[in-house]
Design a protein around this ligand. Structure first.
Ligand code: HEM
Length: 228
């Protein structure tokens, strides 16, 4: 394993007009580039060889070349996150002191839309295909390995997360602690702690939360593999 290094400062992030639309799967996001045509999201999941163009089945050398091309298209502050861009899918398991254990299938996309942040979307399904939790937001890398993730949850919570990005030759690790606000009718969640650990084509995720009067405890763990 190489030496772990904290990443260098990058650009600040800004807003963008964008629309997400599902076509054949959940990941086909399109970005509106002001003054330009509707364009496909840039990333291994799209123009540079995603599931549609067979990224997952490319020989390793071609994949590396594809990721290098992607890094050249990303805004400078996102280059350290280039390995994360794309779609990830796999299985997860969940629990909490107050509920019964469960399993789920998860799909996550980190998409580059031509602006200095990544668009994050997550969908989960039960073993029988029934939709479960979903969430979406924006991942900002503001500089010096500092990350910000803003998330909206359909269960009535918003998360404002900040944390760190660490990288070595093999592994990319994102650790994010969030303050959480819940609407008046939602289950009360006050904090979450998320970890995303990327090694090769495997992305491991963990979510702990402080909710419904419980102290910080494990809610979710999943292991996803690159789809594109
Ligand atoms: C992979 C994503 C997720 C899945 C599959 C999932 C699934 C579940 C399931 C099956 C339950 C138990 C039944 C229920 O109360 O609906 C539950 C409860 C709960 N989840 Fe999640 N969840 C996910 C993400 C989250 C996140 C991100 C949060 C918080 C930010 C969260 C907060 C809660 C809370 C507060 C409860 C209720 C606990 C209780 O009533 O004692 N979940 N979740």
């Amino acid at each position: 394993m190489g030496r772990t290094r904290r990443l260098r400062p990058g650009n600040a992030c800004s807003g963008v007009t964008m629309i997400g639309s599902g076509r054949r799967n959940w990941n086909m996001l399109r970005a509106y580039v002001p003054g330009g045509p509707w364009t496909r999201v840039v990333g291994p999941g799209s123009t540079i060889g995603g599931a549609e163009s067979g990224f997952a089945h490319m020989p390793l050398g071609h994949r590396r070349e594809s990721l290098r091309s992607l890094a050249m298209e990303l805004t400078p502050n996102l280059v350290p996150l280039s390995r994360l861009v794309g779609t990830w899918a796999g299985d997860g398991s969940g629990g909490y002191p107050t509920i019964s254990p469960f399993t789920y299938h998860e799909e996550i996309t980190f998409a580059f839309v031509g602006k200095p942040f990544l668009v994050y979307t997550q969908r989960t399904r039960g073993a029988d295909g029934t939709p479960m939790h979903m969430e979406s937001g924006y991942l900002r890398h503001t500089g010096d390995g500092h990350l910000e993730l803003v998330l909206a949850l359909p269960t009535g919570q918003v998360e404002l997360a900040e944390g760190s990005l660490d990288a070595d030759a093999d592994t990319l690790t994102l650790e994010l602690d969030a303050r959480v606000w819940s609407t008046s009718t939602a289950k009360d969640v006050s904090a979450t702690r998320r970890t995303y650990r990327l090694s090769g084509d495997t992305l491991d995720t963990v979510l702990d939360m402080e909710a419904v009067g419980e102290s910080m405890s494990r809610h979710l763990e999943s292991r996803l593999v690159r789809q594109g």
